[in-house]
Design a protein around this ligand. Structure first.
Ligand code: KG4
Ligand code: ZN
Length: 356
């Protein structure tokens, strides 16, 4: 595959594959250090306003060989140097998961090395163990992605417990659906982040849901944003008392895009951070991490840092490349499973939905 043979075998060298949604990714981790993190994003979905599952699995098949090859090259190693193959087993799009799972199983069989099945959401949490400084256990992690919003209590790499989660939409969906209402392309989270930087977060006030315990809800917020835009920001914002014309809505959005984005983002962040604060108070844990695609949001990153300073927390925020979907997080999780000899057999199947 390449000329350089550095022989990492025996040092816990893991090749990891991630293919749960619309990124085909591979990474090599040796002795707990990430040596490569290659991601091929699928542009094909942009014009459909969301991920098209059938197109995603086809694109994974097209990309996977080149992505794995690039990950090995960047790490300056060869397949023969690898001790185990880790792959995302769940949750995700079933057709996409199948491509990565079959590829990983074939490599495991051909190289006669162990196979490691990784839960994508656990891997998002353990992305916090990739770079120094690392959180010490126990820590809390707010995991916010396109499909999940969770507060996870982490006692060790193998002992993770979900202590709060969304009862309807995920935080990433709140960003993406707001973007869709505003006529922005998918995925809208990064664009809302961008426009919010130029806007006034106090311009509009959206409601904060009153959900007991450590659970979240974002569907009410989505509805209030929809009515707000349908009414072109008229003062009665949460009822269908007045429906503006298409033209009025367009002009309202155009004129106030930055303020709308900043105000929506502010509310999503306050919902997330208020629950995280409650979780810290309830558990007494002050090592606090964030993870998942939405943790790339600059407002959330700043908000966590300033709440951490006020509350005496030690906060940990993964580098951008380890927040959104990537294979380095699968590799580091695979490494800890390798140390525990937590291997899967070749009969393991990917699953679209999976508790842990
Ligand atoms: O973790 P991830 O890459 O994929 C899933 O496992 O779902 O998360 C994707 C989500 C999308 O909803 C995307 O809009 C959101 O993360 N996201 C952001 C930002 N970057 C990605 N949301 C807000 N601000 C960002 N900068
Ligand atoms: Zn993810």
């Amino acid at each position: 595959m390449n000329e350089i043979n550095s022989s990492f075998r025996g040092m816990g060298s893991i090749l990891a594959i991630e293919s749960s949604c619309d990124e085909t990714a591979a990474s090599v981790c040796v002795d707990g250090k990430i040596l490569s993190n290659i991601i091929a994003s699928q542009e094909v979905h942009a014009k459909y306003g969301g991920v098209v599952p059938e197109l995603a699995s086809r694109a994974h098949m097209q990309h996977i060989v080149a992505v794995v090859d690039a990950a090995l090259k960047k790490a300056q190693c060869q397949l023969e140097d690898i001790d185990a193959i880790a792959f995302t087993q769940a949750p995700g799009l079933i057709g996409s998961l199948l491509v990565g799972a079959q590829f990983a199983k074939s490599l495991s069989l051909a190289l006669n090395i162990p196979l490691i099945a990784v839960h994508h959401m656990q891997a998002h949490v353990l992305a916090n163990l990739i770079a120094d400084p690392k959180p010490s256990f126990p820590f809390l992690c707010l995991t916010v992605s396109g499909g999940h919003t969770q507060i996870v209590l982490c006692e060790s790499p193998a002992n993770l417990e979900v202590i709060g989660q969304t009862i309807d939409d995920a935080a990433g969906e709140a960003f993406d659906k707001t973007a869709k209402i505003l006529g922005l392309p998918y995925p809208g989270g990064p664009l809302i982040d961008k426009y919010a930087k130029q806007g006034n977060a106090k311009a509009y006030k959206f409601p904060e849901p009153q959900i007991p315990g450590l659970d979240f809800s974002f569907s009410g917020l989505k509805t209030s944003i929809l009515y707000f835009i349908q009414n072109a920001g008229s003062s009665v914002v949460y009822k269908e008392t007045f429906v503006a014309t298409e033209e009025e809505r367009k002009q309202f959005i155009e004129k106030n895009l930055a303020d709308i984005c900043a105000s929506v983002q502010e509310r999503i962040i306050s919902i997330l951070l208020n629950k995280l604060k409650k979780a810290s108070e309830q558990t007494g844990i002050k090592n606090i991490c964030i993870a998942g695609g939405v943790s790339a949001n600059s407002g959330l990153r700043n908000g966590l840092t300033s709440m951490g300073e006020k509350s005496g927390w030690k906060t940990f925020i993964p580098a951008f490349e380890y927040c959104t979907d990537n294979a380095a997080m699968i590799a580091i999780t695979g490494y800890y499973k390798f140390l525990e000899k937590d291997f899967a057999d070749l009969g393991v199947s990917p699953t679209a939905r999976a508790e842990w």
